[in-house]
Design a protein around this ligand. Structure first.
Ligand code: PMP
Length: 364
């Protein structure tokens, strides 16, 4: 009671939080350092596509109204662009939110989520938040998703499998033949999520399109985002294409209004700028070849990459490389004890990174 001296108050208990959250790893975001070049979050440096700023300004004028809860216009635009039925699409607050919704709609605590590791760092965090049991499957020696090991990890308790292609943070993408062999082996009541956040940067014709796979396998879902090639990371829009009943369940568990009005308007405008998007991706993928070749020439064992980043498997020296780059005013994303992921920027940005890499004593 107010007015009662503290020493006379009854002992109060503190609000209880789930104890397992103490063990939850933090999601480490790429850092922004004033005055330094950020190549740490796989963003595109060219900015949003033409038409986006205007669409966002227009939507901002209605910011006092709730957004369209079903993102209907965006879903229609996606359906037309991808040539799939409206009912097979679910939009989310970034594809990371859809990752969480996918675990929510398929798993209880007894069920397992199988995913490659190292891969997108949200898979373990979200599995733990939702409360599913995780099975991490190590990558191959070439830093690629090991589909044979993934298949072997699937048990009758498995409800969900994440396949990240191209794999973040290492870069390799899965080829058609190996992927189809894997999908043919997965029980049809297990959902396979083909996380293609970097799809637009794929140049290898042998890497299948996830949306096409969803037409042939009724337990496959393709996950994509406007954050990378479309340059809208700050506005948080992702989308999933999969079986209609899965898309419906995703919409059911979506936090109401979480795909905001500016994001919806920006995504619609971005879809209309395909030529510009493709041109920017072509510039990035050309630079990707140059940066990788130069890093290999410096002695780094850079795996093949189909994304807008390269992976340096530096092991214990990842932290040291990170510090060295920071001192050179370049921010990369280091994973302690394992490696560093570097986003491909424009030519001038990549030159800065390569300059920093050249002065890093690889065998020091
Ligand atoms: N999947 C992968 C493989 C990613 O790398 C990322 C972002 N780093 C995401 C999903 C989530 O992206 P967003 O939430 O911005 O759509």
């Amino acid at each position: 009671k107010r007015g009662t001296p503290p020493e006379q108050r009854e002992p109060r208990m503190t609000v209880r939080i789930r104890p397992d959250l103490d063990q939850l790893p933090a999601y480490v975001a790429g850092r922004t350092v004033a005055g330094s070049l950020k190549l740490a979050s796989n963003e595109v440096s060219a900015g949003p596509l033409p038409g986006v700023a205007e669409a966002v300004a227009c939507a901002a004028a209605d910011a006092h109204r709730y957004p369209d809860i079903g993102a209907a216009r965006l879903t229609e635009a996606l359906a037309a662009h991808l040539d799939v039925d409206l009912g097979r699409i679910a939009v989310g607050c970034g594809s990371v939110a859809l990752c969480e919704q996918l675990i929510q709609i398929t798993c209880t605590a007894e069920d397992t989520v199988v995913y490659p590791w190292r891969s997108f760092e949200a898979y373990p965090i979200l599995s733990r938040i939702v409360g599913a049991t995780e099975v991490q499957v190590p990558l191959t020696a070439e830093h690629a998703v090991d589909l044979d090991a993934m298949a072997a990890a699937i048990t009758p308790r498995t409800r969900l499998v994440f396949v990240c292609s191209p794999n973040n943070p290492t870069g390799p993408a899965l080829r058609r033949a190996e992927l189809e062999r894997f999908l043919d082996s997965v029980p049809s009541d297990v959902l396979v999520v083909f996380d293609e956040a970097y799809r637009e940067f794929v140049t290898d014709p042998d890497v299948p399109d996830g949306v096409e796979l969803t037409a042939r396998y009724d337990n496959v879902l393709a996950l994509r985002t406007f954050s990378k090639a479309y340059g809208l990371a700050g506005l948080r829009v992702g989308y999933a294409i999969g079986p209609a009943h899965v898309a419906e369940a995703l919409r059911k568990v979506c936090i109401p209004f979480s795909i905001n009005a500016l994001g919806q308007a920006a995504a619609i405008a971005s879809l209309a700028a395909q030529d510009e998007m493709r041109a920017r991706c072509a510039a990035i993928t050309a630079e990707r070849v140059r940066v990788r070749d130069e890093l290999i020439a410096l002695g780094h064992a850079v795996p093949e990459t189909q994304a807008n980043f390269v992976w340096l498997p530096l092991g214990d020296r990842a932290g040291e490389f990170n510090e060295h780059c920071l001192a050179e005013r370049v921010v990369v994303r280091a994973f302690a004890g394992s490696g560093a992921r570097i986003t491909i920027g424009d030519a001038a940005e990549n030159d800065l990174l390569l300059g920093a890499a050249k002065s890093f004593p690889l065998h020091g």
